[in-house]
Design a protein around this ligand. Structure first.
Ligand code: SF4
Length: 217
């Protein structure tokens, strides 16, 4: 199969359990919960997305005809002979629309650990090393196990109340305050309510988007 990739870049993971760790972000084009077009946002299953995942025109993006070609492009973004375990985070869009076992094996053959950031609506291949699921309202959760569950908070729908996820098989549970673009007061209110929930329910930890605070990509 071929792969449509919006962008590939080296940065520090800004969220969740691997915050601060160097990683190659590989953003697949396309999502199954929103077209990515503003005119469709109100009708989308996921309404608060802040990511451009349309097309293949970002830095390092393109259409890759083979798993080997894409894995080579990711490997080229990692600093050579610099120590540390190479790490690729497959994100999107929804990465599990495209990430398959041949690509995961191609990453492993180049020494990479493979992480994903998924909305949880598609089952993940077993070979993935780090699974981060971020459930979205109105979307059925299929991937109910993994390493971290990262819930954007608050979401209006009852299905996304944190208590709905506490029995699932994850090692870490994070609440991430909903960032309202252009409305810092509303964002601050979400930070306060997420922090309060974590204080009252210590299973949950607060995940802040440190890359936004620090101005990293
Ligand atoms: S599931 Fe993720 S990538 Fe898709 S629209 Fe929602 S936030 Fe954006």
């Amino acid at each position: 199969m071929s792969y449509a990739v919006k962008e590939i870049y080296l940065t520090l993971q800004g969220e969740g359990n691997h915050t601060g760790r160097a990683a190659v972000f590989m953003r697949f084009a396309g999502c199954n919960l929103w077209s990515g077009l503003e005119r469709d946002r109100e009708e989308a299953n996921c309404k608060f997305c802040d990511t451009d995942f349309i097309g293949v025109n970002g830095p390092g993006g393109g259409k890759f005809k083979t798993a080997a070609a894409l894995a080579d492009a990711v490997a080229a973004a990692w600093p050579q002979n610099a120590g540390g375990k190479p790490y690729v985070i497959c994100t999107g869009g929804e990465p599990l629309l495209q990430l398959d076992t041949p690509l995961i094996k191609a990453f492993h053959a180049r020494g990479f650990e493979v992480g994903i950031e998924t909305n949880g609506t598609i089952a993940a291949p077993a070979e993935i090393d780090w699974i981060c699921v971020s459930p979205k309202a109105a979307a059925p959760l299929v991937q109910t196990s993994g390493n971290e569950l990262k819930l954007v908070y608050p979401q209006k729908e009852a299905e996304t109340h944190p208590s709905r996820f506490e029995q699932l098989s994850f090692e870490h549970f994070y609440l991430q305050p909903l960032d309202v673009i252009g409305d810092p007061a509303q964002t601050a209110a979400h930070v306060a309510s997420a922090a309060a929930y974590c204080l009252a329910h210590p299973l949950w930890r607060l995940s802040t988007q440190t890359h936004k605070i620090l101005g990293l990509p």
